[in-house]
Design a binder for this molecule. Structure first.
Ligand code: SAH
Ligand code: MG
Length: 212
């Protein structure tokens, strides 16, 4: 089920880090998830949020997207993935929240935005999750924190989708790959598909699962 022409245009115009083919794979995978609560870690300007939000609407799910909106290490001035146009003149800080606003307006019936650090959200989050998309901080401690804190809320049959997974260190940072390895070694997940750097896993039964 393809995106509407309108939404495809909004996705294309929204700054972000989701290649077209991996975005299509994300949308396709999400359409096979159960309704209920879906959680995205790493909103940035909402490129992937649009894809997940459109699938959530069709499936009858509610999407929650979390970001402090000040960017990751690699988005800061002087780094490879810095976008000068997203700096707030008043504070001099990167701020993706204003650019995310029109995206949120597209998804007002099916998406809630949480503007906070994942370390804070993890302290109160208690809802069962039917789809978890991990695309936030790619440093080892925070990527593993996000996996450990939120994957334990996945119900049997729920999807765990991880972005920027590079098994070969020459291709990119290793933290998301280590998350996938942890999930596979936990015995709690089976791999559904791989599309470029996008991995889709499915949660197995409660018994087999530990995020330790
Ligand atoms: N999914 C987006 C890309 C996300 S980039 C897309 O498709 O374009 C990663 C995001 O993670 C950044 O916006 C950054 O602000 C956010 N982030 C990094 N560390 C975070 C943390 N500890 N808590 C919340 N968000 C964080
Ligand atoms: Mg990414």
């Amino acid at each position: 089920m393809a995106l509407s022409e309108h939404l495809a245009k909004v996705v294309a115009e929204t700054p972000g880090f989701m290649p077209v083919d991996e975005g299509e794979a994300l949308h396709e995978a999400a359409l096979r998830a159960n309704p209920g609560t879906w959680l995205e870690i790493g909103t940035y300007c909402g490129k992937s949020t649009l894809l997940l939000g459109d699938a959530a609407r069709r499936v009858g799910a509610q999407l929650v997207t979390v970001d402090h909106h000040h960017g990751s290490e690699e988005n800061q001035p002087g780094w490879e993935w810095h976008d000068e146009s997203l700096v707030d003149d008043r504070t001099g800080k990167l701020d993706t929240l204003p650019r995310f606003r029109p995206v949120l307006d597209e998804l007002e019936d099916c998406c809630s935005a949480v503007v906070a650090r994942t370390e804070v959200v993890a302290q109160w989050w208690s809802s069962p999750i039917e789809l978890l998309f991990l695309d936030g901080n790619h440093t080892e401690p925070i990527a593993l924190h996000d996996y450990r804190s939120f994957a334990r809320h996945l119900t049997p049959g729920a999807l765990l989708i991880v972005h920027d997974v590079f098994p070969n260190p020459d291709d990119g940072g290793q933290a998301p790959w280590h998350v996938v390895e942890s999930a596979m070694h936990s015995g709690g997940f089976g791999q559904v598909s791989v599309h470029g750097s996008l991995r889709v896993l499915r949660r197995l039964s409660f018994d087999a699962f530990t995020t330790a």
